[in-house]
Design a protein around this ligand. Structure first.
Ligand code: HEM
Length: 492
């Protein structure tokens, strides 16, 4: 009896394997590792960091691969030619987003800019964003906020480092810098800093920590409907809890700005649009925009800064070159300004090389096909989730010489084809905040190089391992020794 049972199990398994293999051949899907297990498919292969797992798979199966994540078909592309195909020929078809559980809550039921399906509503949001948030005039309007926040960071670092080198922790400082910049643009509020330590700030800090934690978690229920149905791990229950609190906090901010109409923040501009078009600019749309600014626009910039400084600490000769450029172009009598950035090619190349090696979104943001299409000659059925590995493209030896080395000078006089360097994505769904990010990262990194001497602690190399989280963080938060230079006195 037992023999019959074992025989039945093994033969069912083999039949399942050959059927899934034949159906893939028949449907001409991209190559896929075998076996995909019943129900879970390839989920068992997923080990963090995911971009490294997909990179190893692409080395074995090619630049376009298909994987079965539970009930969802996922295609991962890893070469510039496949990227080009995705975001030129198939750009409209691939401009949708999958509806993950997180988007039901923090995406306000998939209505915000990141999670909204491709269509009129998304187009309106992008148009609104390009006028109200990301236009040159809006960015210029908030220049004083960026300068002031960077100045406060420099002063903080200078506190114990005026006379000698002292150890500083940078991860939390950089994260606070980008959160303060965005919240001052959005609501005119600083929530990080000893002088701003009140109940509201404490509440915001607690909430945003939870929001980031939940946004960075992979949720198996997105791929295995049964787990979503039983709310495996109480994922949705805890999302509901934190979302309800965060939503109430944001609603409180809107109420406060309705009462005091004399400030000049993003909330005020959006509320005045609400007065003229209340049916479109609902509170939900405005809160959705704030959540996007916080989740897409803060950690991405601060981790980029942290990776850039880490790379410079491991390559002091490049740091010296950037410093010499700053001293020559800006001098030591004044601080670097945003308008200097266009005259600082070495600094610019350091940022490009950092974004190449450590893109904050190594797999971009997941896309979904709204119709059947073809990538690399393979069939991509409608409803497929598309992951684009910027990380693999940026380390492709067919595109980049010595791809794993930090060589900012590789960008000197180089015109890079759009599909070969995609830290901000490509096509219609690419990042609308890249201009703001370039300004924040450029001015902050330039100021840190201009104002301080930097050294590694005990001469040991900075550990460059990636951790897990929403935007590719460093596994080990960056700590370094720094000593203020004379130019710091200009800001006291
Ligand atoms: C170094 C900093 C940043 C990096 C590396 C980055 C990268 C990206 C990437 C890779 C995408 C997805 C593109 C795709 O789906 O194909 C994206 C989308 C987006 N980013 Fe950024 N980003 C950064 C900063 C910002 C900032 C500062 C903001 C706003 C304050 C922002 C707002 C957004 C929004 C709203 C989207 C969604 C666009 C859409 O779906 O239509 N990002 N970003």
């Amino acid at each position: 009896m037992e023999v019959v049972w074992v025989y039945t199990v093994i033969s069912s398994f083999l039949i399942f394997l050959s059927l899934s293999f034949l159906s893939k051949r028949f449907r001409n899907l991209p190559p896929s590792p075998v076996p995909a297990l019943p129900i879970i498919g390839h989920l068992r292969l997923l080990k963090p960091p995911l971009h490294r797992t997909f990179y190893s798979l692409s080395q074995k199966y090619g630049p376009v691969i298909s994987l079965q994540f539970g009930s969802r078909l996922v295609v991962v592309v890893s070469s510039p030619s496949a990227v080009e195909e995705c975001f030129t020929k198939n750009d409209v078809i691939l401009a949708n987003r999958p509806r993950f559980v997180i988007g039901k809550y923090f995406g306000y039921n998939h209505t915000n800019m990141v999670g909204s399906p491709y269509g009129d509503h998304w187009r309106n949001l992008r148009r609104l964003g390009s006028v109200e948030i990301f236009s040159a005039s809006r960015l210029n309007m908030f220049l004083s906020v960026r300068k002031d926040e960077i100045r406060r960071l420099l002063l903080k670092l200078a506190q114990n480092t005026r006379h000698d080198f002292a150890k500083v922790e940078l991860q939390s400082r950089l994260s606070e810098l980008s959160l303060n910049i965005i919240m001052r643009m959005v609501a005119g509020k600083r929530y990080f800093g000893e002088e701003d330590d009140n109940d509201e700030a404490r509440q915001f800090r607690g909430l945003i920590k939870q929001v980031f934690k939940h946004s960075g978690l992979a949720n198996l229920g997105d791929f295995l409907p049964l787990l979503r149905w039983i709310d495996y791990g109480s994922f949705e229950k805890s999302l509901t809890k934190i979302f309800t609190k965060f939503d109430a906090f944001l609603e409180g901010l809107l109420e406060e700005h309705r009462r005091n109409k004399n400030s000049n923040t993003m909330i005020d501009h959006l509320l005045s649009l609400q007065e003229s078009q209340p049916e479109y600019y609902t509170d939900q749309i405005i809160k959705g925009i704030i959540v996007v600014m916080l989740t897409a626009g803060t950690d991405t910039s601060s981790v980029t800064l942290e990776w850039a400084l880490s790379l410079l600490l491991n390559h002091p000769e490049v740091l010296e070159k950037a410093r010499a450029e700053l001293d020559a172009q800006v001098g030591t009598d004044r601080l670097i300004e945003e308008h200097d950035l266009s005259n600082l090619p070495c600094l610019h190349n350091i940022i490009s090389e950092t974004l190449r090696l450590y893109p904050a979104a190594p797999l971009l943001v997941p896309h979904e096909s709204s119709d059947d299409c073809k990538i690399g000659g393979y069939n991509i059925p409608r409803g497929t989730i598309l992951l684009v590995s910027a990380w693999a493209v940026h380390r492709d030896p067919n595109v980049w010489d010595d791809p794993t080395s930090f060589k900012p000078e590789r960008f000197e006089g180089l015109q890079v084809e759009p599909s070969k360097l995609i830290p901000f994505g490509m096509g219609r769904r690419s990042c609308p905040g890249s201009g703001l990010a370039q300004r924040v990262v450029g001015l902050a990194l330039g100021s840190l190089i201009q104002c301080f001497d930097w050294q590694r602690i005990g001469g040991e190399e900075i550990d460059m391992a990636e951790g897990t989280g929403m935007s590719m963080p460093k596994a080990k938060p960056l700590e370094a020794m720094c000593k203020a230079r004379h130019v710091v006195n200009r800001i006291v």
